[in-house]
Design a binder for this molecule. Structure first.
Ligand SMILES: [Zn+2]
Length: 257
């Protein structure tokens, strides 16, 4: 599998991803699947968290014919192709690059998803789905083998995922039960409180989380929206290179939020 000349077709990659990620079964604001069609011959695939011109330019420079992202460009349909959206689509079409997006399907996937990667990195056991959103559970919860503090888990999250990490240390000092929803997962804080979770890990904060967590005796760690959502596309890259022998590369473009 180390020959640089392996190639596959766009439709082969798209059907395998749609099937593996259950694209059509999961309700989402994102229009998941192939969002922009490019060349049929795929030799190299770029993986990125966000669809953006910077990612497309890097993908083109690196010789990718396809980019797979977590946050695509089509959300609840397209109203007009103007401004920044025009520039993005124009770049992809002119350079014959495919854009494939997988939002919630890639959060909740039991092996390739963002949340399971975080659960595994923390060494959780007895892992169960957690975090109901649009009728499905998009995150996971589980138990640490040995109780740990907010500080030690914060350090671990920072070491494993690299983001700026902050926390609301308002729950028990010895943490065993942990729930995770990557990205903008503030809306699952009430569920974490109700289930008496010791620590809730998500990507980004929202102002009203402070008193909610304080009054609910909940520890919260924010690992960064970008940084908690890198592992999913990276896992998809490994999965595809194993499957087709094509080259894959993570296009690391962190955001400032
Ligand atoms: Zn996100």
């Amino acid at each position: 599998m180390n020959s640089p000349h392996h190639q596959t077709s766009r439709n082969t990659v798209v059907s395998l991803l749609d099937k593996t990620l259950r694209t059509s079964e999961i309700s989402d604001r994102s229009v998941n699947g192939l969002q922009v069609e490019g060349t049929d011959k795929i030799m190299k695939i770029g993986l990125a968290v966000d669809a953006c011109l910077e990612a497309y330019k890097l993908a083109q420079k690196k010789g990718c014919q396809m980019i797979i992202v977590h946050h695509g460009i089509i959300w609840e349909g397209i109203k007009s192709i103007t401004g920044p959206l025009y520039k993005q689509i124009e770049f992809l079409v002119r350079n014959n690059i495919n854009l494939y997006a997988s939002h919630l399907p890639l959060d909740c996937h039991p092996t390739l998803g963002n949340n399971i990667q975080i659960a595994k990195a923390l060494g959780l056991s007895n892992i169960q789905p957690f975090g109901t959103y649009r009728g499905i559970k998009i995150g996971f919860e589980g138990y640490l083998k040995t109780a740990a503090s907010v500080k030690s888990i914060s350090d671990l999250v920072k070491r494993k995922f690299g983001g700026p990490v902050s926390s609301l240390p308002f729950g028990p000092q010895k943490i065993r039960r942990v729930a995770i929803v990557s990205g903008g997962g503030s809306s699952s804080i009430p569920e974490a409180i109700e289930k008496k979770i010791d620590l809730y890990i998500t990507g980004e904060s929202s102002h009203e989380n402070h008193h909610a967590a304080l009054e609910g005796n909940l520890n919260v760690i924010y690992g960064g929206h970008y940084h908690t959502e890198k592992a999913g596309v990276q896992a998809v890259g490994k999965f595809l290179s194993k499957k087709f022998g094509v080259e894959t590369e993570f296009l690391d473009i962190p955001t400032l939020v």
